[in-house]
Design a binder for this molecule. Structure first.
Ligand SMILES: [Fe+2]
Ligand SMILES: [Fe+2]
Length: 163
């Protein structure tokens, strides 16, 4: 159902983010397999979907923590795109619980499989580039070359799509 697999092209050379993206792809695949094996069984799909949603919440929170630590404004466009994706994922959860209908979940999988590589290529790559520029170390939260104290908070994601 989904054809997304990990490739070198998705690597950003930032270990926490790369690892998280590999896990995202693995969860997407697990959900896809579950829906293929039991197409109408909400009891099979929902626990996997819950884990996927929780993982995605943590994934976005981690990146937003890196943004906050390196000078991004809270309402930057990268964070806004995260919020839109989570909103859709939560709506699908609510629909599945209310209607016992897996169709929206099934439809969401190829959308997410298309979305992740584009998001990694534009927004996550720009974040990693910025982290490298300021010498940010996620382990300590310190920056070797912090931006000037007077510099404005960054509200664009830094990608070409956001010039
Ligand atoms: Fe990401
Ligand atoms: Fe992101």
């Amino acid at each position: 159902m989904t054809s997304l697999s990990w490739t070198e092209e998705l690597t950003l050379h930032q270990p926490q983010i790369d690892q998280t993206h590999q896990e995202f792809i693995a969860l997407l695949d697990e959900l896809s397999q579950t829906l293929k094996n039991a197409p109408d069984d909400c009891n099979s799909a929902l626990p996997v979907y819950r884990r996927f949603l929780a993982h995605t919440e943590d994934h976005f929170a981690m990146e937003e923590g890196f943004m906050a630590a390196t000078g991004f404004a809270p309402d930057n466009c990268h964070s806004k795109q995260h919020a839109m994706v989570l909103d859709v994922m939560r709506q699908v959860m609510a629909h599945t619980l209310a209607e016992q209908d897996l169709e929206p979940m099934r439809n969401l999988l190829p959308e997410l499989a298309n979305w992740l590589p584009a998001h990694v290529d534009m927004m996550d790559a720009a974040l990693v580039f910025h982290m490298k520029q300021v010498g940010f170390d996620p382990a300590t939260g310190r920056m070797a070359q912090p931006p000037e104290p007077a510099a404005a908070a960054i509200s664009s994601c830094g990608s070409k799509s956001c010039a």
